[in-house]
Structure formats: C-alpha cells, structure tokens
Design a protein around this ligand. Structure first.
Ligand code: IPM
Ligand code: MG
Length: 370
C-alpha cells in the first residue's frame, strides 16, 4: 500500500481553522481509501516569525521539498504590519514557491450549481462556469531584481520593482497550458500587455512559438490582460484556460474567484517540473483566499477552498483522481443541501460555521463512498 507524506502549513488567521477541517478529510481517506497518509505540521508566516524570527525556516523548506505534497493554509495579518519587509509573513510563501521552483499555479474557478445565485454576477453568466487560470508563479514582478527603495539626493524616495521573463520560463508555462487545455475544452487565452510591456512582447512571441511546436489540438487566442479582466466579468464562459504572468495571474484569479460566489471557494495547486527520474512534481496546494484576520478565531471561515485544495493534492500528487472527484461531489452535495458559511449566505439557506461545514462534507463523503 502507498503512503503519501503531507506537510501541513496552517499559517495565520483562519489558516489553522480551515486546516483542521482538511485534517478530518485526510483522516477519512486514510481510514477508508486505497492509500495511507502520513502528516506533519510546521509553522509558516507570522506565527513562524514570532517563534523563529523568519517567515519560514530552512528546515521547513527542506521538509516541503521532500513531502509528496504541501498543504498550505494562509499567512499574514495586521499583527505583523510593522515586521521588516524581508520577514513579512508573505515572504514565507514566496520563498517556498521560489525554492521549490513551483512555477505552474493552477487556479480553477468552478461555479457549483447551488451557488449560481451567490455570485455578484447574473446567474446565466456564471451557471456552469468552469475555467482555469494558469498563473506563472516564480518569475515576473514578484521576483525580478532590482527590487528596492532608495532615498535620492533631494530626500525623495524612489522604489523599483522589476518585471523579468526569459524564453525558458514562458515556454514551460505555455506547455503546461496546452497540456491542461487538451484535457479540457482545448482553448487557451494568453493574457499579457504587449502594448506597454516588453516582457509582454516576449510572452506573446514565446507562447505563439510554443503553440506551433507543442500546441497540437489546442486553439490559442491572445488577449490584453486588461481586456481579459473586462471579459471575465462580461462573459466569463467564453474562457477555458487563461495563461498569464505572475502579477496578472494574482489579479485575474481573485476576479475569477468572485464569479464562483466567494473567494472562500477557490483551491489552487502550485506545481514544479516533473523529476526526470521519478516523474514526480514538487507541489504545494493552497486556498486562494487569505488569512481573513477579521473573522479569524471565530469559527466562521469557509473551509471549502482548503478541502478542495487537498482534493487537488489527491489528483495531482497522489494519483487518486477518483477520491478527488468524491471530494468535489461531496462539496456540491453539501451546498445543494443548503449549508452555507457566512461568505456564501443567502436567504432560506442554513448558515453554519467552519466545523459544521466540515462535518457536513464528511457526511456526504461517507454517503458517497458507500
Ligand atoms: C495569492 C496571494 C499571494 C500572492 C500573497 C499572499 C503573497 O495573494 O496567492 O494570490 O500575491 O501571490
Ligand atoms: Mg492573490
């Protein structure tokens, strides 16, 4: 029997609360599924800074690199607003992404039928929505150098972020986009700002060339990133896969999240390249939502994105697609029964907290598993 090793990094804010529900789902599959799970928990973010003076320790990064999958909660909060920039909670997550070379960030936005009314968009625009934002995660503005703030001679300050991309970085993410699209509806939109940014010009050229080489069976469209943001709320169902750089992906995925009813619904997978020997990819799974300090510790957070992130780990790191489908089915059934956390609440629905939502999903899992 296979045993999968999971490193759990609950982090700050609502992270530990939603992770507790993930742990119950892991225990369910450990008991009933075909494989076993071995979990270990470590600190990341503000709580790690409080204990160790850094947002993530070398030891945790090494454990993350060895684990079959890392499940991440959320980091950050007002408590750490004054922490030095290089030690801010988010730096822990960014270091994990960079050190593990997790360049491909899959952010599916799926509108469950029961939630079509919860979106701020009209039902007909979002009902049945199933799109995938593929965000480049280790390059661009997030990591480009120089990244600095200097004081000029006249006393004014000057801050610089740098957007950098190389052919190889664009090529490998484009290839992932075409591979993913082939298993979906076969359409890729590549979003950049080639009208303003020279990295956008290169992005456009490399995606086009990679498509000619490796894009068989996939239709490629180019779209300016701002127009893409607009089309996402005008007619989101025209998209299948959207591939874009790190910064545009950050923004477009938050926008796409709201189409599904709440940002509390969106899971994500961050994957590295397959190991040439074992074929395995390093992987980190995290809900797209943040640490939500305003509701932290109150038992109100929506655990669905975190549980669905574990579902993605089953699919992409554990070769357990059937079990991953089971999680998606259980979430849909729980929503169909009217269970709603505060972020999704609508008239005549049953408002529940984090633990009750977790319990309801576990009940549906048990039912579906027979
Ligand atoms: C995300 C988050 C992160 C990002 C933050 C927490 C650093 O917003 O995963 O989308 O900007 O990438
Ligand atoms: Mg973001």
């Amino acid at each position: 029997m296979t045993t999968h090793s999971l490193l759990l990094l609950p982090g700050d804010g609502i992270g530990p609360e939603v992770m507790a529900e993930v742990e119950r789902v892991v225990a369910f599959f450990d008991k009933t599924g075909k494989d076993k799970f071995k979990t270990e928990t470590a600190l990341v973010g503000g709580c790690c800074f409080d204990k160790h003076g850094v947002a993530v320790t070398d030891e945790t990064v090494a454990k993350a690199a060895k684990a079959d999958a890392v499940i991440f909660g959320a980091v950050g909060g007002p408590k750490w607003d004054k922490v030095p920039y290089e030690h801010r909670p988010e730096a822990g997550l960014l270091r994990l992404r960079k050190d593990l070379d997790l360049f491909a960030n899959l952010r599916p936005a799926l509108c469950y039928p029961a939630l079509a009314e919860a979106s701020s968009l009209k039902r007909e625009l979002v009902e049945g929505l199933d799109i995938l934002i593929l965000r480049e995660l280790t390059g661009g503005t997030y990591f480009g150098l120089p990244k600095e703030m200097v004081t000029l001679e006249n006393g004014e300050k000057r801050a610089v972020d740098t957007t950098v991309y190389t052919t190889h970085e664009i090529e490998r993410i484009a290839r992932v986009a075409f591979d993913l699209a082939r298993k979906r509806r076969g359409l890729v939109h590549s979003a950049e700002k080639r009208n303003v940014m020279i990295t956008g010009v290169l992005w456009n050229q490399v995606v086009t060339a990679t498509h000619a080489k490796d894009g068989k069976g996939v239709k490629l469209e180019h779209i300016l990133a701002d127009a893409c943001a607009m089309q996402l709320v005008r007619n989101p169902k025209q998209f299948d896969v959207i591939v874009c750089d790190n910064l545009f992906g950050d923004m477009l995925s938050d926008e796409a999240a709201m189409l599904t009813g709440s940002i509390g619904m969106l899971p994500s997978a961050s994957l590295g390249a397959p190991d040439p020997k074992t074929g395995k990819r390093k992987a980190l799974y995290e809900p797209v939502h943040g640490s939500a300090p305003d509701i932290a510790g109150k038992g109100l957070a929506n655990p669905i994105a975190a549980i669905a992130s574990y579902g993605m780990a089953l699919r992409y790191s554990c070769d357990m697609a059937k079990e991953a489908d089971l999680i998606d089915t259980a979430i849909a059934a729980t929503l169909a029964r009217g269970f709603r956390t505060g972020d999704l609440m609508q008239p005549n629905m049953r408002q529940v907290g984090t633990v009750e939502m977790g319990s309801a999903i576990l009940e549906e899992l048990a039912r579906a598993a027979g």
